[in-house]
Design a protein around this ligand. Structure first.
Ligand code: FAD
Length: 642
């Protein structure tokens, strides 16, 4: 059967569409129709043109006028705020900037308000980084054939699952994609699961496909009396980027990361070989796929993953005024001073501090009874209940709750914070436990508070938020077997900073994805990148979570994996993928000159000390340095908006 999808809009772009780096592969458009047709037949007609999700609303797509189907467009307008709907569209990305080309300003986004009828009629929709063609894979054979075709034709290959990636690893200009989203066989429970070629059972395990999303897993778990370590978002994929990058959860303090819960992974390697990896066979692959990062070592087709009996949770919910700097400082101090104790009591959860707005704290533990939990949370409750002229500083509640209700509430709250079609910048740090004790508490508190003050002072067209995630497996890691611990024969490849860290700190900015002025986008990234530098300097032995990371992280080898893991991962990578078929930005074995990354803005990494022992800089925590940063940012903003 001939591959009949129209290519006109793409062809019309001409050569300027194909951006080239020093290393480059062949343009997708240079493959002959006959070759595409033959390939399409071999994957049962599952080859498609990649079209930006909102393109059907635009009157001009890639320079070609087109008719708008108002019914299709209305549905897109109504649903673009629905995060699950976005994951169901190949051309949809959770952070709209990764569907565009941030270096050139080309995109096909819409404004944050729904509906946006002005943008699609006033300027063209551009392909940006949405892959030009893709295979809607349904089977292991589809994966194998797609890898083979990409390799034979020397194409830029992208693996996309849900498109949640914060660092642009599931999109690339002029690329060919493998879409795993629809590989979703029914969830299968095995009691007393024995990994293949092992002899011992590892407890109750579910087996899911590459495209499985957490929403479905949580529904299944609730109905079957289990808890599952998973992302706090229904749309995130369980077996793709989340797992291969580490995977944290509100339950991680008690039950570990995703990589600690996966018992077996079946994956197609870059050479097409379908392998089973676990603690008893293909251990190198098992190591690499548990932290080495998505889209790098192979394509995960299926995972078998531990599930845990349901337990109630003591769940505390606190809101604190975010408009008063003194209150914000006090809140941060309370959180820092109690973090070590709370970690030892199994508290996990999220602190969201949108700059200038109320902070929201959601923390839960299954290791305390209600009265101990109340006592533990008292410092936070005292702050929330403190009287002010008009009422109290905030409000707080604590109760025993069913875990799935807690999760449902947090997911709904998180979703409400994400604006439709918004673009995001991000920079993060895993902060080791030692900064939460003794004199270090003061330094950490003031560093975090300075970030809030600097962010408040910056005139940027974005909503800035500092997030403090108590989702590290610090407590759990102390209970791991010798073999699973860092350096042990069954260890995973995530940075050891996860094991000795208490918080995953994120600074994010949400902005209007229709922005075509590259200098504005670049500045948002640059200032986001710099915002975390004080924390990088303070915690040279910390790390960063590769899935929720600054794409311009100064020393990714050190931050994402640690040198020892990195060295082993690089060796494995060279062995399983000598031609670098599967590469991602800042991933193991990536080459920054590859044209695949030509849409990343030119952000200057300005933290040379990161990854090396920091040079002490007392001034950094004092006001002179802080005001210097504010001045710098303001001058910079005036400069770029002139
Ligand atoms: C709203 C939101 C909430 C989040 N919540 C959490 C959270 O609670 N905990 C947490 O740890 N993280 C969270 N994340 C981050 C999440 O872990 C990353 O976005 C992750 O990359 C998503 O993986 P994905 O497969 O769903 O997405 P994609 O963007 O499709 O893929 C991400 C990466 O994985 C690769 N990949 C995808 N599928 C496969 C596969 N089958 N085999 C090999 N590689 C593959 C891709 O090539 C890409 O490099 C969240 C992100 C968002 C946007």
């Amino acid at each position: 059967m001939a591959f009949a999808l129209p290519l006109l809009a793409l062809v019309a772009l001409g050569p300027q569409f194909v951006t080239a780096g020093i290393i480059d592969r062949r343009s997708v458009l240079s493959v002959s129709d006959a070759d595409w047709d033959a390939f399409n037949s071999s994957v049962s007609g599952r080859l498609q043109n990649g079209v930006p999700m909102l393109a059907p609303c635009y009157t001009n797509y890639n320079g070609q006028q087109q008719d708008v189907d108002s019914q299709v467009c209305d549905a897109l307008q109504q649903n673009r705020a629905n995060h699950l709907f976005v994951t169901d569209q190949f051309g949809g990305y959770q952070e709209s900037n990764w569907g565009g080309c941030q270096k050139t300003g080309d995109n096909c986004a819409m404004k944050l308000t729904v509906p946006d009828t002005e943008t699609p009629t006033s300027r063209p929709c551009m392909q940006g980084s949405v892959p030009t063609r893709y295979v809607d894979a349904q089977s292991v054979e589809d994966i194998q054939k797609t890898l083979q075709f990409a390799s034979d034709n020397d194409l830029r290959l992208v693996v996309k699952n849900t498109g949640h990636d914060y660092t642009g690893r599931s999109s690339a200009p002029d690329s060919f994609a493998l879409w795993t989203h629809n590989i979703q066989p029914p969830i299968e429970l095995t009691k007393a699961f024995v990994p293949e070629q092992c002899s011992d059972a590892v407890g109750d395990v579910i087996t899911v496909g590459a495209g499985q999303q957490f929403g479905g897993v949580y529904e299944w778990a609730n109905a079957n009396g289990y808890r599952v370590v998973g992302g706090t978002y229904a749309g995130v994929g369980m077996a793709g980027g989340w797992l291969t990058g580490g995977g944290h959860s509100m339950l991680s303090p008690e039950l570990g990361l995703g990589v600690d819960n996966v018992q077996q992974i079946k994956a197609v390697l870059p050479n097409g070989k379908y392998v089973t990896a676990n603690r008893c066979q293909n251990q190198d692959i098992f190591f690499a796929l548990r932290g080495g990062g998505g889209g790098t070592f192979g394509v995960v087709a299926e995972i078998s993953y531990s599930v845990h009996p349901k337990k109630d949770m003591q769940f505390a919910r606190v809101a604190i005024d975010g408009t008063n700097d003194d209150v914000v400082a006090e809140l941060i101090s309370i959180l820092v001073e109690n973090a070590d104790k709370w970690a030892s009591e199994g508290w996990g959860g999220y602190v969201l501090m949108p700059v200038g707005r109320s902070s929201m704290i959601s923390l839960g533990t299954s290791l305390l009874d209600l009265s101990d939990a109340q006592e533990s949370m008292q410092p936070l409750f005292d702050l929330a209940n403190r009287p002010t002229d008009g009422g109290t500083v905030g409000n707080a509640s604590i109760a025993t709750a069913d875990y799935s209700d807690v999760l449902g509430g947090i997911i709904a709250a998180t979703e409400s914070q994400i604006l439709p079609s918004s673009a995001w910048t991000m920079a993060t740090r895993l902060v080791p436990q030692e900064y939460f004790v003794g004199d270090n508490q003061q330094q950490l508190s003031s560093t975090l508070h300075d970030i809030m003050i600097v962010a408040k002072g910056q005139k940027v067209p974005a909503q800035s938020t500092l997030m403090l995630y108590a989702t590290t497996p610090y407590l759990y890691s102390q209970t791991m077997t010798k073999e699973d611990k860092v350096g042990g024969q069954d260890a995973s490849s995530v940075t050891p900073a996860w094991r000795h860290g208490l918080w995953h700190v994120l600074f994010t900015r949400q902005f209007d994805g229709t922005t075509t002025d590259q200098s504005v986008v670049k500045n948002l990234w640059q200032t986001t990148h710099e915002m975390i530098n004080p924390l990088r300097d303070l915690t040279p032995n910390g790390g960063a979570y590769q899935n929720e990371a600054d794409p311009f992280e100064p020393n990714p080898a050190h931050s994402f994996w640690g040198q020892e893991n990195y060295d082993r991962l690089l060796q494995i990578k060279n062995k399983v993928d000598p031609t670098n078929l599967l590469t991602v930005h800042n991933g193991i074995g990536w080459d920054k000159t590859d044209g695949k990354y030509s849409c990343y803005p030119d952000v200057k990494s300005s933290c040379p000390a990161s990854g090396e022992p920091a040079t002490p800089n007392d001034e950094f925590f004092g006001l002179p340095k802080l005001s210097a940063v504010v001045d710098y940012v303001e001058t910079y903003m005036e400069h770029v908006t002139e």
